[in-house]
Design a protein around this ligand. Sequence first.
Ligand code: ADP
Ligand code: MG
Length: 314
Amino acid sequence: ATPTAVMVATGVGANNGVLIKGGDALERAQKIKHVVFDKTGTLTQGKATVTTAKVFSGMDRGGFLTLVASAEASSEHPLAKAILEYARHFHFLDEPFATKDIQSHRMETNFSGWLLDVVDFSAVPGRGVQCFIDGKQILVGNRNFLTENRVAIPSHVENFVVELEESARTGILVAYDNDLIGVLGVADPLKREAAVVVEGLMKMGVNPVMVTGDNWRTAQAVAKEVGITDVRAEVMPAGKADVIHSFQKGGSVVAMVGDGINDSPALAAADVGMAIGAGTDIAIEAADYVLMRNNLEDVITAIDLSRKTFSRIR
Ligand code: ADP
Ligand code: MG
């Protein structure tokens, strides 16, 4: 392709919200063999919502939700935000002594006066959060996290979690003072275009892959919905780059599409890193492409643009 053709393609991309960082990136995209998608916030909308909260101890619902929300209050994770939102709704819509005005003011201002004091908070990537409330340890996270902390998961609780996972939801387990006290189910719907894009890539001879820190069962359920058969689940944040390297063996050109801080090592490791959506600054920095519209169709646009620009007329 001539320098002019590259300039034109870059301009066409920019007009469609596909920012391409240089001619090399534009050229590499035509040869993409595998596209590795992050699950949360990339294939899914990244708008997690709590759909179920089940208490397994004698604790009342409000007390349970206050504990969990307090533990998650310092976390930036989308799951934490979903839990806080759910607990806030529960309290402010049920609060008997507050007027409607006070309730809505508190909802809008993120009033946090209802949360409990937390000591020794820590967030464990790919696992969950832990802290102390009233002198007792609370753990909120996936089953690996609880098991590693020697919390026993009774079989009726495990069954409930499996049920959530089979319907593509993520089960979040809560232990307080070493007892499993409850489980929350969180759903994060697929982006509307996700399945069509996956099908389109396969028609172009490109292999779609999903990678996630989420558990295997939820990952499989989501993958099935979107039409992806190649899944890597329970991948720790640092492990996503290793997944990319495993596909690069044998010289295949690999693209990574991701949105979060967790994804930047994988975006950098990929031959073509694509940051999607508003993204985080660090993800945008690590990427070769920025897909501004937060629409997965632009993965296809990007590959098409490269193929058209570099296809030789024989
Ligand atoms: P992803 O790859 O889907 O972005 P992460 O690596 O951020 O996922 O997290 C993987 C898993 O770790 C989550 O599905 C959840 O089970 C657990 N987890 C991480 N952070 C939290 C948190 N703040 N609260 C509860 N669970 C969490
Ligand atoms: Mg993500």
